[in-house]
Design a protein around this ligand. Sequence first.
Ligand SMILES: [Zn+2]
Length: 74
Amino acid sequence: MAEPKKRLTSTRSGNRQSHDALQKKSYSVCSNCKQSVVPHRICQNCGYFKGVKIVKLKDEKIKEKKIQEQTKDE
Ligand SMILES: [Zn+2]
């Protein structure tokens, strides 16, 4: 197996590890429901992006199905 040719000083490993710190995540606020959201992504809470409804949420889909079933029965 390959072995390191020279001993790595603590300074050298410290200098390398100075870039290893985790970055703090940035969040923005949803324009529709005011919840914190990941920027440039659809809001997970309400399905809006830039004030436009993009995605139907699970609850809304279930409600629509129920309404459709009710109208079929009549
Ligand atoms: Zn939202």
